[in-house]
Design a binder for this molecule. Sequence first.
Ligand SMILES: Cc1cc2nc3c(=O)[nH]c(=O)nc-3n(C[C@H](O)[C@H](O)[C@H](O)COP(=O)(O)OP(=O)(O)OC[C@H]3O[C@@H](n4cnc5c(N)ncnc54)[C@H](O)[C@@H]3O)c2cc1C
Length: 443
Amino acid sequence: MDDLSRDETADVAVIGAGLAGLVAARDLRRAGLRPLVVEARDRVGGRTWTRPVPGGAVEAGGQFIGPTQDRLAALAGDLGVATFATYNVGRARIDLAGGREAYKRAKRLLTELEGMASELPPEAPWAAARAAEWDAQTFHDWLQGSGEQAAFGVMRMLTTAVFAAEPAELSLLHVLAYIRSAGSVDLLTEVAGGAQERRFVGGAQALSVRLADAVGGDDLRLGAPVHRVRQAPDGVEVSARDLTVRARRAIVAVPPVLGGRIEYDPPPDGRAGLHLRMAPGSTIKISCLYGTPFWRDEGLNGGLMRDRGPVTVTFDNSPPDGSHGVLVAFSQGDDARALARLPAGARREAVLEVLGRYFGERAARPSEYLETDWAGEPWTRGCFGGNFGPGGWTRYGPLLREPFDRVHWAGAETSAVWMNYMEGAVRSGERAAAEVIAALGVP
Ligand SMILES: Cc1cc2nc3c(=O)[nH]c(=O)nc-3n(C[C@H](O)[C@H](O)[C@H](O)COP(=O)(O)OP(=O)(O)OC[C@H]3O[C@@H](n4cnc5c(N)ncnc54)[C@H](O)[C@@H]3O)c2cc1C
């Protein structure tokens, strides 16, 4: 430790100021404990991020809330962050090989998957009777085995939209666990009646900003990447740049891929494998601003679904009053990886060509264009959340929430309900705080 390093003490060191870490800190405070939240970035909110652009601000990260996401809705209510309906009036542009027939066949496969998912114990997908069999194959293998060749384009589009990864990257059990944790395929994929139903006024990051205000500046350190968590018989020592926190317990609330970059002394049993194997997908999220949401006048709702890249999905992401237009475009999985390799000018051209093709010439000429490549964000390294490939759930699933002595784990990936969503992050923060409160014997 050099002379500039500060030593601080707290009851609980919370690593990561995303929704999970901040919700945990709020609950610890409510229980009369003192948390200290240590965050690598110079902002809070992690995978939620409202980025300013000339003429407005855009959602670069997580943004939607839908039915059954009750803990997130309760949090927004407590913090006074209102929601509004995602614009969904009119037709979506749909361009899928095989058209309606392909969609019908895909629906059959999705119904079959839902049936299989219902066999999983919600809290323990690895304990299902057929877990070993389902975890030994990729989702791609299962699709191939279904013989529904005609549905592959639709299934790939849905897979990359939900997981930001290709069917060949995912364990079949992972796909089933996701469906189980959300409740149904419709809840995952739909706008009305699904996870894309509503948005937050002012952007989803507002939740974290308000939580951080409530936690208080004294209990939050920004720009402090944690590199070591050491356990001693009487507590934990969390080392970040220029800062060492001594606490009774620690909550690690960072995505697994980054949890693996922290040195643990002693190392938690088996956890290194989990950190390596729960890999996030790839997404480039692109926001385009226009003077007006002109597509609405043509009876279009701004939605696009297509089975070829570089962009497969779009939404109308205009502000609630429609005072200007915003189209948000997603490039995901292999499409995002291919797009990322192009020079900036060629990326923009490729994305705008797609928008122009489906929403007219004006869509190819936005007043502002902003890309966020989450795989390139050093404190996220991919999104929407960690995915298990074959063998992951059965080997590492049981470790997801298992505390390691004085170290507890939070983050959207650790939630059995709405895993990898903001709802999952909130629930994980509440669960980890409750574990610590119980362990410290706080009445
Ligand atoms: C493009 C995109 C779209 C999405 N869309 C939706 C959506 O519409 N609806 C939805 O519900 N969810 C969506 N998600 C997912 C959602 O944003 C996340 O599930 C949720 O925000 C995760 O919260 P978290 O607190 O678990 O993790 P994070 O938000 O990742 O927070 C972890 C924090 O830890 C910090 N950190 C990492 N390493 C260290 C370290 N060593 N030391 C200190 N700090 C560290 C990070 O900087 C970060 O602030 C989306 C995500 C993305 C990226």
